[in-house]
Design a protein around this ligand. Structure first.
Ligand code: KG4
Ligand code: ZN
Length: 338
């Protein structure tokens, strides 16, 4: 039996989770409201908030799991990629915890962890996991990648964004519409009331499996600027249609390369992961495409889409089984490959 404590602090959420043999016992997240008024994450404030939150968050996670620190067999933490000052808090905490309890320390790649949420054992007992090899469309605030997953710890990025991430496309466009941060969930909600065919925005023409979202953002910016010259209330009057049309464009860009990747690799086990996988339009689109193309589609629970520590703990569990431990000299990495 292995009980793993997972720690996540790569961006603006301080999270801790306890997992026993793949079953989640608890998962705690402290969101940092402080960034909202700045319209984006302020790294220095994030790091300070992590320092305040980390001990209470771990404490509650242990209590909710019904365990004490003596029951923990290993501690897994996000080493990167992310904001250095934020990562440093989780890394230092995990090192101290491992050292004081004489247990293994396990470093985790944040993006790999987003993908492995699919392997957290289901409470309802209905186990349905992607079969290897599977393709994962990983869409978050900082990354957009197509990943070929051959095994839990054997992944290859076969396509990625050359500029903005899908989450950034949502967040930056939302900012242009004066919507609160993070814009993704707000656009999602507005889009449900709007007409996705009302406006068209430019889509990238990039060969292969790479993505680009900066052109869409610019096209959206110029479009709004021109319309606002004619009518200063344009955004207010057309909020829902703008959100729906923008969201549809982002989804079409994402789906286009996913279909290509499936054809190219011959893989029809398709998973979705990352913060943007909470998007209802994207979830519907991947399900619809899956039906049409006879894919087996895997969509994470809402609570596993955005940053959490359950994903860190499950990845830690697979590394624990393989004895992939790290030592006290490890340092966080803002950028990090698989
Ligand atoms: O994975 P995540 O929590 O953090 C990173 O590792 O980046 O992703 C955060 C991103 C943000 O850009 C946020 O706007 C987006 O996920 N997001 C959404 C939705 N919920 C979160 N985007 C579109 N629709 C949503 N429902
Ligand atoms: Zn993330």
């Amino acid at each position: 039996m292995a009980t793993i404590l997972g720690i996540e602090s790569s961006c603006d959420d301080t999270a801790a989770a306890v997992l026993r043999d793949g079953h989640l016992l608890s998962s705690m997240i402290a969101n940092q409201e402080v960034h909202r008024k700045y319209g984006g994450v302020v790294p220095e404030l994030a790091s300070r908030a992590h320092q305040q939150n980390i001990i209470p968050v771990v404490d509650i996670a242990l209590k909710q799991a019904g365990v004490t620190s003596n029951d923990i067999d290993a501690v897994a933490f996000t080493r990167g990629p992310g904001l250095l000052g934020s990562l440093l808090v989780g890394t230092s905490f995990a090192k101290g915890f491992a050292l004081s309890r004489h247990i293994p320390l396990i470093e985790i790649h944040h993006l790999q962890a987003h993908i492995l949420v699919h392997f957290i054992k289901n409470e309802e007992g209905e186990d349905r996991y992607p079969q290897f090899p599977f393709l994962c469309l990983l869409v978050s605030g900082g990354h957009t990648q197509l990943v070929l997953v051959r095994d839990h710890l054997d992944m290859e990025i076969i396509g990625k964004t050359i500029d903005d991430a899908a989450g950034e496309a949502f967040d930056k466009s939302a900012k242009l519409m004066d919507l609160p941060y993070p814009g993704g969930p707000v656009i999602d909600k507005l889009a449900r009331e709007g007409n996705p065919d009302r406006f068209t925005f430019s889509k990238p023409r990039i060969a292969g499996l790479d993505y680009s979202f900066s052109g869409l953002k610019t096209s959206f910016l110029y479009f709004l600027r021109d319309e606002l010259k004619r009518d200063e209330d344009f955004i207010v009057k057309n909020k829902a249609d703008l959100a729906a049309s923008l969201q549809r464009t982002i989804i079409e860009i994402l789906m286009d390369k996913l279909v290509k990747a499936s054809k190219k690799t011959g893989v029809s086990e398709i998973a979705l992961a990352g913060g943007v996988s909470a998007n209802s339009g994207l979830r519907d689109a991947i399900n619809a495409e899956g039906k049409k193309r006879k894919w087996n589609v895997y969509i994470p629970k809402f609570s596993y889409t955005t940053d959490n520590a359950a994903m860190i703990a499950i990845t830690g569990y697979y590394k624990y089984l393989k004895g992939e431990f790290t030592d006290q000299t490890t340092v966080p990495r803002a950028r990090m490959g698989f």
